[in-house]
Write a protein that binds this ligand. Structure first.
Ligand SMILES: Nc1ncnc2c1ncn2[C@@H]1O[C@H](COP(=O)(O)OP(=O)(O)OP(=O)(O)O)[C@@H](O)[C@H]1O
Length: 267
């Protein structure tokens, strides 16, 4: 396959609605995302890092189609994407998102079996003929016991719920998984297990991952390339090794230092 899987070019998202005349010396309101360009290759993990409010989630939501954008373009397999309502169903299915809080993203009244069946009901084109076997395989893929199928989210741990969220995404046979702070709400040991799972799934299913995180320690474990965002812009975009060993931008160095301080404080 030639060309990147995903190309974001000059993306702009501006939440400030009222256009009033600025007072002399007043700074114009900052755009949440201001001219972001990046690309994601097939079977690659690209992480977007940056402090809170830097625009990471807004980029992710734009890619998934949950956020309208004002300018720029997002291309997937070379096809221009707009918001979800204007995307062809097959493309919608190919880009799936895993959220930070697995509990609130799963319907508490439904069993895991019902959650996954619901996905297949709404996408009959990719629904397996033998759903019971496919469900067992899916649960096995994400490291869950088959007995989990008949449980509800409240009966599962946070890590198990996140595995169910990942299984729900995989049920749609995506090519791109967008993970927005997908391990941030989990204990460190569970974080490591879910990261391992994502790496394995990426290899087994040929997935690409867009991985949003404020945690450089986590990003270091999973990313092939890293885009560093600050105030709506990308300040550095490079191979993970380069970012972590030879950061070029002062802001990246500050983030790395802050992460090291935090790690030291944990010891
Ligand atoms: N729906 C919205 N309406 C208005 N402003 C928004 C909206 N969503 C995000 N913002 C603003 O856009 C900016 C970028 O937010 P975003 O959530 O993308 O950043 P982030 O880097 O993901 O931060 P965090 O990790 O805290 O979510 C912030 O200033 C935020 O307040």
């Amino acid at each position: 396959m030639t060309g990147p899987l995903l190309e974001v070019d000059g993306l702009v998202v501006d939440f400030s609605r009222r256009r009033r005349r600025l007072r002399p010396g007043e700074e114009p309101p900052r755009k949440a995302v201001d001219g972001v360009s990046l690309s994601l290759r097939h079977n690659e993990t690209l992480a977007i890092v940056g402090e809170s409010g830097s625009g990471k989630t807004t980029v992710a939501r734009s890619v998934v189609g949950l956020q309208k954008f004002g300018a720029g373009s997002i291309r997937f397999h070379g096809t221009e994407l707009r918001t979800v309502s204007r995307r062809p169903a097959a493309l919608k299915r190919e880009i799936q998102m895993v959220f930070q809080d697995p509990r609130s993203s799963l319907n508490p009244r439904m069993t895991v079996r019902a959650i996954i069946n619901e996905v297949w009901r709404t996408h009959p084109a990719i629904a397996p003929r033998d759903r019971a076997t496919a469900l067992a395989e899916l649960l096995d893929d994400v490291g869950l016991d088959p007995s989990v199928a008949d449980r509800r989210p409240a009966a599962l741990s946070g890590g198990q719920c996140q595995r169910v969220s990942i299984a729900r995404a995989l049920a749609l046979k995506p090519t791109l998984l967008v993970c927005d702070e997908a391990v941030s709400a989990l204990d460190v040991s569970v974080q490591a297990q879910i990261l391992r799972l994502l790496v394995d799934l990426k290899e087994e299913h040929g997935l690409s991952l867009l991985f949003i995180s404020h945690d450089l320690g986590v990003v270091r474990q999973i990313a092939d390339r890293v885009a560093v965002m600050r105030r709506g812009e990308i300040v550095e975009f490079d191979d993970a090794e380069q970012i972590f060993v030879h950061p070029a931008h002062e802001y990246t160095r500050q983030l790395l230092d802050a992460a090291l301080d935090l790690a030291g404080a944990d010891d």
